[in-house]
Design a protein around this ligand. Structure first.
Ligand SMILES: Nc1ncnc2c1ncn2[C@@H]1O[C@H](COP(=O)(O)OP(=O)(O)OP(=O)(O)O)[C@@H](O)[C@H]1O
Ligand SMILES: [Mg+2]
Length: 264
């Protein structure tokens, strides 16, 4: 694993034209091999923060990966280190699933021609389609897929690039129970195998709690709570941030059982 492969975010500010959305935000240190979930209500600024971390949105402050400052890097350099899967999926692309994953690989720095000649690239693409569970769709046209299938393809496009930092914005929002579990397990395994840092935006707090090393709860553009799932997700934080009355109980496998009784 490379030296000090941590992601350190300090004093990050970003927004749109005349609106600051995120002000002077600090995040806990994210370490290689860890999975972190960014949670919070609609419009809290989760996607805005993810885009800033991906270098897709201008920002001030500091985002350091293994000691290297990413803010201000040219987008191509930034994209070699950080891959972002957006919340909304591209529509109307006349490519097959396999072509689209190969395209994502070629567009990335890890698509090194010496290492990834045509066959090697295809092997990598096929391997990731298999792990995501959509190899049977390899030759289907993207525009013939269901919403959930397209979300899985989008995930495969991100994973095939083998980034050091993987940012997934609501990657399971369109998936059935089987595929939700499969994707969470896969991201967790890949983070551990590759020493990758994975940061996911999730609305399902129970799933976030089960699969994350750490939780960042965002409210109105600011960090409201951080820590282990049990530390960050409590009746008090759920009441303050989401405006709900809820009970939280610890269950097996380190998970949390969250029962929302009412809106407060
Ligand atoms: N392109 C944009 N131009 C101007 N304002 C925007 C833009 N995109 C988002 N915003 C605003 O920024 C704020 C944060 O939006 P963001 O998309 O980051 O929220 P989010 O936490 O991802 O919410 P959700 O859970 O609904 O996806 C919102 O008030 C939104 O209106
Ligand atoms: Mg969002």
């Amino acid at each position: 694993m490379s030296e000090a492969a941590t992601l350190n975010v300090h004093g990050l500010s970003t927004g749109y034209r005349d609106r600051r959305i995120i002000q002077q935000l600090d995040l806990p240190v994210f370490r290689a091999g860890e999975v972190h979930s960014l949670v919070g209500p609609n419009a809290a600024g989760k996607s805005t923060l993810m885009r800033a971390l991906a270098g897709l949105q201008s920002a001030t402050g500091s985002v350091k990966l293994g000691g290297q400052e990413l803010i201000g890097l040219p987008l191509a350099e930034h994209a070699k280190r950080v891959t972002y899967m957006p919340q909304t999926l591209p529509q109307g692309v006349a490519l097959s699933v396999l072509e689209s994953v190969l395209g994502a690989l070629r567009a990335s720095a890890t698509g090194d021609p010496a290492r990834d000649g045509h066959d090697a690239g295809e092997q990598r693409a096929v391997a990731i389609l298999e792990r995501v569970g959509i190899l049977h769709l390899a030759l289907e046209g993207l525009d013939h897929l269901s919403g959930g299938q397209r979300q899985l393809v989008s995930l495969a496009q991100s994973l095939v690039r083998e980034p050091r930092v993987l940012l997934l914005d609501e990657p399971i929002s369109a998936l059935d129970l089987h595929h939700q579990l499969r994707v969470m397990r896969l991201v967790h395994e890949l983070a551990r195998e590759r020493g990758m840092i994975a940061v996911m935006v999730l609305h399902d707090l129970q799933i976030a709690a089960r699969w994350s090393d750490g939780i960042v709860m965002l409210s109105k553009g600011a960090v409201f709570a951080t820590g282990t799932p049990g530390e960050a997700i409590t009746p008090a934080t759920l009441a303050r941030v989401y405006g709900v009355q809820a009970r939280v109980e610890r269950c097996s496998r380190g998970g949390l059982q969250i029962m929302v009784d009412d809106v407060s």
